[in-house]
Write a protein that binds this ligand. Structure first.
Ligand SMILES: C[S@@+](CC[C@H](N)C(=O)[O-])C[C@H]1O[C@@H](n2cnc3c(N)ncnc32)[C@H](O)[C@@H]1O
Length: 330
Protein backbone atom coordinates (compact mmCIF):
# COMPACT_ATOMS: atom_id res chain seq x y z
CA UNK A 1 0.00 0.00 0.00
CA UNK A 2 1.33 3.42 -1.01
CA UNK A 3 2.12 6.09 1.58
CA UNK A 4 -0.39 8.53 0.03
CA UNK A 5 -3.20 5.92 0.25
CA UNK A 6 -2.37 5.15 3.89
CA UNK A 7 -2.40 8.87 4.66
CA UNK A 8 -5.69 9.51 2.87
CA UNK A 9 -7.44 6.62 4.63
CA UNK A 10 -6.20 7.84 8.01
CA UNK A 11 -7.27 11.41 7.28
CA UNK A 12 -10.80 10.25 6.41
CA UNK A 13 -10.96 8.19 9.59
CA UNK A 14 -9.82 11.11 11.78
CA UNK A 15 -12.31 13.44 10.07
CA UNK A 16 -15.15 10.98 10.56
CA UNK A 17 -14.23 10.69 14.25
CA UNK A 18 -14.05 14.51 14.58
CA UNK A 19 -11.05 14.49 16.89
CA UNK A 20 -10.21 17.84 18.41
CA UNK A 21 -7.02 19.59 17.50
CA UNK A 22 -3.93 19.48 19.70
CA UNK A 23 -4.04 23.26 19.54
CA UNK A 24 -7.38 23.49 21.38
CA UNK A 25 -7.13 25.48 24.61
CA UNK A 26 -7.93 23.74 27.90
CA UNK A 27 -11.19 25.61 28.26
CA UNK A 28 -12.18 27.21 24.97
CA UNK A 29 -15.66 28.75 24.98
CA UNK A 30 -18.04 25.92 24.03
CA UNK A 31 -17.31 25.43 20.34
CA UNK A 32 -19.88 25.51 17.60
CA UNK A 33 -20.18 22.10 15.97
CA UNK A 34 -20.25 23.41 12.40
CA UNK A 35 -16.54 24.29 12.14
CA UNK A 36 -15.22 24.95 8.66
CA UNK A 37 -14.67 21.77 6.68
CA UNK A 38 -11.44 23.18 5.26
CA UNK A 39 -10.09 23.75 8.74
CA UNK A 40 -11.08 20.23 9.82
CA UNK A 41 -9.37 18.73 6.79
CA UNK A 42 -6.20 20.74 7.42
CA UNK A 43 -6.13 19.67 11.07
CA UNK A 44 -6.65 16.00 10.18
CA UNK A 45 -3.93 16.18 7.51
CA UNK A 46 -1.53 17.86 9.95
CA UNK A 47 -2.13 15.12 12.49
CA UNK A 48 -1.59 12.40 9.88
CA UNK A 49 1.67 14.08 8.86
CA UNK A 50 2.88 14.33 12.47
CA UNK A 51 2.12 10.65 13.14
CA UNK A 52 3.75 9.53 9.87
CA UNK A 53 6.88 11.54 10.69
CA UNK A 54 6.93 10.04 14.17
CA UNK A 55 6.56 6.44 12.95
CA UNK A 56 8.87 6.61 9.92
CA UNK A 57 11.43 9.13 11.16
CA UNK A 58 11.12 10.83 7.77
CA UNK A 59 10.72 14.59 7.40
CA UNK A 60 7.45 16.09 6.20
CA UNK A 61 9.09 17.23 2.95
CA UNK A 62 10.38 13.69 2.31
CA UNK A 63 6.91 12.25 2.91
CA UNK A 64 5.43 14.71 0.40
CA UNK A 65 8.25 14.29 -2.11
CA UNK A 66 7.73 10.49 -2.26
CA UNK A 67 3.97 9.85 -2.04
CA UNK A 68 4.37 6.48 -3.80
CA UNK A 69 6.85 5.19 -1.20
CA UNK A 70 5.84 2.09 0.71
CA UNK A 71 6.00 1.50 4.45
CA UNK A 72 7.11 -1.68 6.19
CA UNK A 73 4.39 -3.80 7.78
CA UNK A 74 5.71 -2.78 11.22
CA UNK A 75 5.44 0.90 10.30
CA UNK A 76 1.89 0.45 8.97
CA UNK A 77 0.83 -1.35 12.15
CA UNK A 78 2.45 1.26 14.42
CA UNK A 79 0.84 4.08 12.44
CA UNK A 80 -2.62 2.49 12.42
CA UNK A 81 -2.40 1.82 16.18
CA UNK A 82 -1.63 5.49 16.80
CA UNK A 83 -4.53 6.57 14.57
CA UNK A 84 -6.81 4.30 16.62
CA UNK A 85 -5.60 5.89 19.85
CA UNK A 86 -6.07 9.34 18.37
CA UNK A 87 -9.62 8.45 17.33
CA UNK A 88 -10.23 7.33 20.94
CA UNK A 89 -9.32 10.89 21.97
CA UNK A 90 -5.70 10.50 23.10
CA UNK A 91 -3.97 13.88 22.53
CA UNK A 92 -1.44 13.91 19.70
CA UNK A 93 1.29 15.24 22.01
CA UNK A 94 0.96 12.18 24.29
CA UNK A 95 1.20 9.87 21.25
CA UNK A 96 4.46 11.45 20.07
CA UNK A 97 5.66 12.47 23.55
CA UNK A 98 6.47 15.92 22.21
CA UNK A 99 4.96 19.41 22.26
CA UNK A 100 6.47 22.67 21.10
CA UNK A 101 6.16 25.74 23.33
CA UNK A 102 7.85 29.09 22.76
CA UNK A 103 9.55 27.44 19.75
CA UNK A 104 11.31 25.01 22.11
CA UNK A 105 10.73 21.22 22.10
CA UNK A 106 9.26 19.74 25.29
CA UNK A 107 8.90 16.10 26.25
CA UNK A 108 5.47 15.39 27.66
CA UNK A 109 3.75 12.39 29.18
CA UNK A 110 0.37 11.87 30.78
CA UNK A 111 1.97 13.07 34.05
CA UNK A 112 1.97 16.66 32.80
CA UNK A 113 -0.41 19.08 31.16
CA UNK A 114 0.37 19.62 27.48
CA UNK A 115 1.63 23.22 27.27
CA UNK A 116 -0.82 25.40 25.32
CA UNK A 117 -0.04 28.23 22.88
CA UNK A 118 -2.16 30.71 24.85
CA UNK A 119 0.13 30.19 27.87
CA UNK A 120 2.85 31.99 25.89
CA UNK A 121 1.01 35.17 26.94
CA UNK A 122 2.08 34.50 30.54
CA UNK A 123 5.71 34.28 29.39
CA UNK A 124 5.34 37.51 27.36
CA UNK A 125 3.82 39.27 30.38
CA UNK A 126 6.70 38.10 32.57
CA UNK A 127 9.32 39.23 30.03
CA UNK A 128 7.69 42.69 29.79
CA UNK A 129 7.72 43.04 33.57
CA UNK A 130 11.32 41.81 33.93
CA UNK A 131 12.58 44.10 31.17
CA UNK A 132 14.33 46.45 33.62
CA UNK A 133 15.03 43.79 36.27
CA UNK A 134 17.63 41.55 34.63
CA UNK A 135 18.76 39.69 37.79
CA UNK A 136 15.28 39.23 39.22
CA UNK A 137 14.07 36.35 41.40
CA UNK A 138 11.02 34.57 39.99
CA UNK A 139 8.79 31.88 41.48
CA UNK A 140 6.69 29.71 39.18
CA UNK A 141 3.99 27.67 40.90
CA UNK A 142 2.75 24.48 39.19
CA UNK A 143 5.46 24.14 36.56
CA UNK A 144 4.24 20.85 35.00
CA UNK A 145 6.51 20.15 32.00
CA UNK A 146 8.58 23.21 32.95
CA UNK A 147 7.49 25.04 29.80
CA UNK A 148 6.96 28.49 31.34
CA UNK A 149 10.08 28.46 33.53
CA UNK A 150 12.31 27.11 30.75
CA UNK A 151 11.00 29.58 28.14
CA UNK A 152 11.53 32.42 30.61
CA UNK A 153 15.00 31.25 31.64
CA UNK A 154 15.96 31.07 27.98
CA UNK A 155 14.81 34.65 27.35
CA UNK A 156 16.08 36.11 30.63
CA UNK A 157 19.46 34.46 31.23
CA UNK A 158 20.23 36.53 34.35
CA UNK A 159 16.90 35.76 36.06
CA UNK A 160 16.85 33.20 38.91
CA UNK A 161 13.81 30.98 38.71
CA UNK A 162 12.41 28.66 41.35
CA UNK A 163 9.87 26.35 39.70
CA UNK A 164 7.63 24.21 41.89
CA UNK A 165 5.02 21.52 41.51
CA UNK A 166 3.22 19.21 43.91
CA UNK A 167 3.81 16.28 41.52
CA UNK A 168 7.22 14.60 41.68
CA UNK A 169 6.53 12.94 38.31
CA UNK A 170 5.95 16.34 36.74
CA UNK A 171 9.14 17.69 38.31
CA UNK A 172 11.18 14.81 36.84
CA UNK A 173 9.88 15.69 33.38
CA UNK A 174 10.48 19.42 33.95
CA UNK A 175 14.07 18.78 35.08
CA UNK A 176 14.72 16.52 32.07
CA UNK A 177 13.28 19.18 29.75
CA UNK A 178 15.49 21.86 31.32
CA UNK A 179 18.56 19.63 30.91
CA UNK A 180 17.66 18.89 27.30
CA UNK A 181 17.01 22.53 26.33
CA UNK A 182 20.14 23.61 28.18
CA UNK A 183 22.24 21.03 26.30
CA UNK A 184 20.72 21.75 22.89
CA UNK A 185 21.19 25.53 23.26
CA UNK A 186 24.53 25.07 25.03
CA UNK A 187 23.29 27.47 27.67
CA UNK A 188 23.05 27.33 31.45
CA UNK A 189 19.44 27.87 32.58
CA UNK A 190 19.11 29.43 36.02
CA UNK A 191 16.22 27.25 37.25
CA UNK A 192 15.83 25.28 40.45
CA UNK A 193 12.99 22.79 40.78
CA UNK A 194 11.31 22.12 44.10
CA UNK A 195 8.44 19.89 45.17
CA UNK A 196 5.88 21.98 47.01
CA UNK A 197 2.16 22.07 47.65
CA UNK A 198 1.73 25.70 46.54
CA UNK A 199 3.70 27.72 49.17
CA UNK A 200 4.28 24.91 51.66
CA UNK A 201 7.98 24.32 50.92
CA UNK A 202 8.51 28.07 50.54
CA UNK A 203 7.09 28.57 54.06
CA UNK A 204 9.56 25.93 55.22
CA UNK A 205 12.37 27.94 53.64
CA UNK A 206 11.02 30.96 55.46
CA UNK A 207 11.03 29.01 58.72
CA UNK A 208 14.58 27.89 57.99
CA UNK A 209 15.49 31.52 57.26
CA UNK A 210 17.28 30.63 54.07
CA UNK A 211 17.26 32.56 50.85
CA UNK A 212 15.04 30.65 48.43
CA UNK A 213 17.28 30.80 45.40
CA UNK A 214 20.81 31.09 46.72
CA UNK A 215 20.33 28.92 49.81
CA UNK A 216 22.86 31.09 51.59
CA UNK A 217 22.32 31.51 55.30
CA UNK A 218 21.58 35.20 55.14
CA UNK A 219 18.53 34.97 57.33
CA UNK A 220 16.50 36.74 54.64
CA UNK A 221 12.91 35.93 53.87
CA UNK A 222 12.73 34.28 50.44
CA UNK A 223 11.30 37.02 48.28
CA UNK A 224 10.50 37.30 44.64
CA UNK A 225 10.13 40.09 42.12
CA UNK A 226 7.60 38.05 40.21
CA UNK A 227 5.36 35.09 41.03
CA UNK A 228 3.71 33.44 38.04
CA UNK A 229 1.34 30.53 37.71
CA UNK A 230 -0.93 28.76 35.29
CA UNK A 231 -2.76 26.79 37.99
CA UNK A 232 -5.61 24.30 37.58
CA UNK A 233 -8.73 26.40 37.05
CA UNK A 234 -11.58 24.18 35.87
CA UNK A 235 -14.47 23.43 38.20
CA UNK A 236 -15.12 19.80 39.17
CA UNK A 237 -18.13 19.60 36.86
CA UNK A 238 -16.69 21.51 33.91
CA UNK A 239 -18.17 20.03 30.70
CA UNK A 240 -14.74 20.15 28.97
CA UNK A 241 -13.61 17.32 31.26
CA UNK A 242 -15.43 14.82 29.07
CA UNK A 243 -13.41 15.89 26.02
CA UNK A 244 -9.86 14.89 25.12
CA UNK A 245 -8.45 16.85 28.07
CA UNK A 246 -9.71 13.95 30.21
CA UNK A 247 -6.42 12.23 29.27
CA UNK A 248 -4.46 14.99 31.05
CA UNK A 249 -3.77 14.87 34.82
CA UNK A 250 -6.87 15.89 36.75
CA UNK A 251 -4.68 17.64 39.31
CA UNK A 252 -3.41 19.92 36.55
CA UNK A 253 -6.91 20.86 35.42
CA UNK A 254 -9.40 20.86 38.26
CA UNK A 255 -9.51 23.14 41.27
CA UNK A 256 -12.48 22.61 43.52
CA UNK A 257 -16.14 23.33 43.09
CA UNK A 258 -15.74 26.79 41.58
CA UNK A 259 -12.44 26.30 39.73
CA UNK A 260 -11.10 29.39 41.53
CA UNK A 261 -9.69 27.69 44.64
CA UNK A 262 -6.05 27.46 43.47
CA UNK A 263 -6.14 31.00 42.08
CA UNK A 264 -7.42 32.19 45.46
CA UNK A 265 -4.74 30.25 47.41
CA UNK A 266 -1.98 31.63 45.20
CA UNK A 267 -3.24 35.23 45.26
CA UNK A 268 -3.49 35.12 49.02
CA UNK A 269 -0.19 33.27 49.69
CA UNK A 270 1.95 35.25 47.22
CA UNK A 271 1.61 38.43 49.29
CA UNK A 272 4.05 37.09 51.86
CA UNK A 273 6.74 36.40 49.26
CA UNK A 274 6.63 39.41 46.94
CA UNK A 275 8.95 42.37 47.18
CA UNK A 276 7.42 45.83 47.28
CA UNK A 277 6.28 46.46 43.68
CA UNK A 278 6.54 42.74 42.96
CA UNK A 279 4.12 41.31 40.43
CA UNK A 280 1.72 38.38 40.59
CA UNK A 281 0.75 37.10 37.12
CA UNK A 282 -1.95 34.44 36.81
CA UNK A 283 -3.33 32.60 33.82
CA UNK A 284 -7.02 31.76 34.19
CA UNK A 285 -10.04 30.47 32.32
CA UNK A 286 -11.70 32.37 29.48
CA UNK A 287 -14.61 33.41 31.71
CA UNK A 288 -12.74 33.99 35.00
CA UNK A 289 -11.05 37.38 34.40
CA UNK A 290 -13.58 39.39 36.38
CA UNK A 291 -13.52 36.94 39.28
CA UNK A 292 -9.70 36.94 39.34
CA UNK A 293 -9.54 40.75 39.24
CA UNK A 294 -11.89 40.83 42.23
CA UNK A 295 -9.86 38.20 44.00
CA UNK A 296 -6.64 40.23 43.55
CA UNK A 297 -8.41 43.40 44.61
CA UNK A 298 -9.72 41.74 47.78
CA UNK A 299 -6.22 40.44 48.53
CA UNK A 300 -4.84 43.99 48.42
CA UNK A 301 -3.03 44.06 45.06
CA UNK A 302 -2.77 47.28 43.06
CA UNK A 303 -2.63 48.18 39.37
CA UNK A 304 -4.68 45.10 38.47
CA UNK A 305 -4.70 44.46 34.76
CA UNK A 306 -6.00 41.71 32.46
CA UNK A 307 -4.23 40.80 29.20
CA UNK A 308 -5.91 39.20 26.20
CA UNK A 309 -4.48 36.24 24.27
CA UNK A 310 -4.19 36.05 20.47
CA UNK A 311 -7.81 34.91 20.26
CA UNK A 312 -8.85 38.13 22.06
CA UNK A 313 -9.77 36.21 25.23
CA UNK A 314 -8.98 37.69 28.67
CA UNK A 315 -6.37 35.15 29.73
CA UNK A 316 -3.77 36.59 32.15
CA UNK A 317 -4.40 38.91 35.11
CA UNK A 318 -1.63 40.73 36.93
CA UNK A 319 -1.41 42.80 40.09
CA UNK A 320 1.38 44.64 41.90
CA UNK A 321 2.09 44.19 45.58
CA UNK A 322 2.68 47.65 47.04
CA UNK A 323 3.67 47.01 50.64
CA UNK A 324 3.16 50.56 51.87
CA UNK A 325 -0.45 50.87 50.73
CA UNK A 326 -1.67 47.28 50.51
CA UNK A 327 -4.41 46.25 52.85
CA UNK A 328 -5.51 42.76 53.64
CA UNK A 329 -9.27 42.54 53.20
CA UNK A 330 -9.49 38.75 53.15
C1 LIG B 1 -2.52 23.89 34.43
S1 LIG B 1 -1.10 22.94 34.91
C2 LIG B 1 0.18 24.03 34.32
C3 LIG B 1 1.43 23.32 33.89
C4 LIG B 1 2.46 24.23 33.21
N1 LIG B 1 2.86 25.33 34.08
C5 LIG B 1 1.88 24.79 31.91
O1 LIG B 1 1.45 25.96 31.91
O2 LIG B 1 1.86 24.06 30.91
C6 LIG B 1 -1.12 23.15 36.65
C7 LIG B 1 0.05 22.54 37.39
O3 LIG B 1 -0.16 22.78 38.80
C8 LIG B 1 0.25 21.65 39.52
N2 LIG B 1 -0.46 21.64 40.81
C9 LIG B 1 -1.71 21.25 41.09
N3 LIG B 1 -1.97 21.39 42.40
C10 LIG B 1 -0.85 21.88 42.97
C11 LIG B 1 -0.48 22.23 44.29
N4 LIG B 1 -1.34 22.07 45.31
N5 LIG B 1 0.75 22.72 44.51
C12 LIG B 1 1.63 22.87 43.48
N6 LIG B 1 1.35 22.56 42.20
C13 LIG B 1 0.13 22.06 41.95
C14 LIG B 1 -0.12 20.48 38.64
O4 LIG B 1 0.62 19.33 39.00
C15 LIG B 1 0.18 21.04 37.25
O5 LIG B 1 1.50 20.72 36.86
Amino acid sequence: MKLSDIATTARHRLLAAQTHSVFDPVDQPVASTDASTDSDVRTAQLEVDVLLQFVTGRSRSTLYAWPDATLSSNEIKAFNDLVEERIAGQPLAYLTGQQEFWSLPFDVSSDVLIPRPETELLVETAIDYLHNLPAADVLELGTGSGAIAIALANEQPQTNILATDVSSDALSIAQANADKVSASLNKQLRIKFLQSDWFEAIYTMLADSKSALTSDQTGQTPLFDLIISNPPYLSEDDPHLTESIRFEPRNALVSGVSGLESLQTIASGARMFLYHNGMLALEHGYDQAEAVRLLLQNSGYNYINTHRDLAGIERVTTGLWITSTATDNT
